[in-house]
Design a protein around this ligand. Structure first.
Ligand SMILES: [Zn+2]
Ligand SMILES: [Zn+2]
Ligand SMILES: [Zn+2]
Ligand SMILES: [Zn+2]
Length: 399
């Protein structure tokens, strides 16, 4: 099974001109900028504040023709306390798509490409001249349905963001004859900080040759015959024990609670420790890399069928815990946003039922946490070299 990995990298100079980016943070770049998403679709069910963009992923499909351009948007509430609730209450995923023949984009063969190629990979897209961009919120980029009552030149998704913008600096700028010029660096920075830091997502195939050894000895979880009570943890090598979650302060040798999914997860990503996304949709039967044996999403109960066409949703990609490292989150704060992995399930038909009134089809996001409280942070720190003595703890238990 081939997997495409996504990595976070700083923006380059041309990023501003990119209409169809895969990226973390910042304001959303709408596939259809004449119809930005409205705030009522991304209101947190816990705190009622607008969620912000966590990431967007450009994931076009050959079939159907309506998904020639296809963008997935993931929104989450920035308030970590809300993340104690189920993922469905504080996170949303939307799919937006356009056929090749559309009124928004015109194709240009990029200069770098050879003259005789009509491969779509060599095309770049620019906005058609007649496209009228919709007003968007000055703070978050959602549909800007409310205007500043004084200057009528600044738009907002909600009262909350109007107030936030006023405090951040619009108070001084409002009514200025040169609104763009007077937007101070401090004001710009304050606005930026209301979103997650913006980074581009670059992709790379997972190197299967590096994984051969580690996959060979893994059979899936439905091996009924195995008894898990002995020291005989088939296929799990001593080096894999490095980050076994420690559950109690005194754990007997034979009773280390081995979460096999977690060990496999750890083993797989150690080969490419900076991955923030794993994308598997194009590779047929697609399975997420779970972080725990517990909390595996169930069809129907956790992943309902597509509301638009009735097809059973399939796993498309997952967001890794490493992405948390790029969000300027205070990981020492126990109430901060956290996850083991976020699994995104989408309509396998990329159905177009969402055209017309709403350009956004709702899809499903599930969160899986690490099985032991607190292992998430320790795990992420360990990946970056600070293992805080976990390895030694485990080794002393094992020998
Ligand atoms: Zn919230
Ligand atoms: Zn807003
Ligand atoms: Zn104003
Ligand atoms: Zn569908």
């Amino acid at each position: 099974m081939s997997v495409t990995l996504g990595y976070a990298e700083p923006l380059d100079d041309d990023f501003d001109k990119e209409h169809l980016p895969s990226k973390i943070g910042g304001k959303p770049r709408w596939l259809d900028p004449t119809r930005p998403l409205s705030v009522d679709k991304v209101q947190c069910d816990e705190c009622t504040n607008p969620m912000v963009l966590l990431m967007q992923l450009y994931a076009p499909e050959d079939e159907p023709a309506e998904a020639f351009h296809r963008m997935l948007y993931v929104f989450i509430c920035r308030n970590g306390v809300c993340h104690k609730a189920s993922a469905g209450r504080c996170m949303r995923v939307f799919r937006s798509q356009l056929p090749e023949d559309n009124s928004i984009y015109t194709a240009q063969e990029s200069e770098a490409a050879g003259s005789c190629s009509d491969d779509e990979d060599d095309m770049s897209w620019s906005l058609a001249e007649q496209v009228r961009l919709a007003s968007v919120c000055a703070v978050c980029g959602l549909s800007g349905s409310k205007a500043c009552s004084k200057c009528h030149a600044q738009f907002y998704c909600s009262r909350a963001h109007q107030v936030a913008d006023w405090d951040a600096g619009h108070r001084a700028q409002c009514g200025s004859t040169h609104p763009q010029m007077s937007k101070s660096a401090v004001y710009s920075r304050k606005l930026q900080h209301m979103m997650y830091p913006e980074l581009v997502i670059v992709s790379e195939e997972e190197d299967a040759s590096k994984l051969e050894a580690s996959n060979a000895d893994y059979d899936d979880d439905d091996d009924e015959g195995s008894d898990d009570d002995g020291e005989d943890n088939e296929g799990i090598k001593p080096e894999d024990m490095a980050l076994v979650p420690v559950t109690g302060e005194k754990v007997e040798d034979s009773e280390v609670d081995v979460d096999r999914a977690f060990l496999l997860f750890q083993r797989r990503i150690q080969k490419n420790p900076d991955q923030v996304i794993r994308y598997t949709r194009s590779s047929g039967a697609s399975e997420p890399l779970l972080v725990s044996d517990l909390g595996r999403p169930e069809a129907q109960a956790d992943v309902p069928d597509c509301e638009l066409c009735g097809a059973a949703r399939e796993f498309e990609f997952q967001i890794m815990p490493q992405m948390l490292n790029y969000l300027s989150i205070d990981s020492a704060d126990s109430t901060s946003v956290d996850w083991g992995t976020l699994l995104v399930y989408t309509c396998p038909k990329s159905c177009n039922g969402a055209s017309g009134a709403s350009a956004y089809a709702s899809e499903v996001i599930c969160r899986q946490n690490f099985s032991s409280q607190g292992i998430g942070e320790k795990f992420v720190r360990a990946l970056h070299g600070d293992d805080s003595g976990i390895t030694r703890q485990i080794e002393s238990l094992r020998v």
